[in-house]
Design a protein around this ligand. Structure first.
Ligand SMILES: [Zn+2]
Length: 66
């Protein structure tokens, strides 16, 4: 077992514990998501929202309901 390490968050450079950190090496889920570029356009959603809840603007409805 290695002792607790601190690593700089790749996004905000804040020193954060590597161990006991579910978002490592990021300091938080927000930094992780932002750094991954998933929410860089200001469309960040609160954690816990299911991904399937996101509306896709280009979705075409090809199935006609009877
Ligand atoms: Zn950070």
């Amino acid at each position: 077992m290695k002792p607790s390490q601190k690593v700089p968050c790749p996004h905000c450079k804040k020193m954060t514990f590597f161990n006991d950190n579910p978002y490592r090496p990021f300091c938080s889920e927000r930094c992780k998501l932002i750094d991954l570029g998933q929410w860089a356009e200001g469309d960040y959603r609160i954690a816990g929202q299911p991904l399937s809840d996101i509306d896709l603007p280009d979705t075409e409805t090809l199935q006609e309901e009877e």
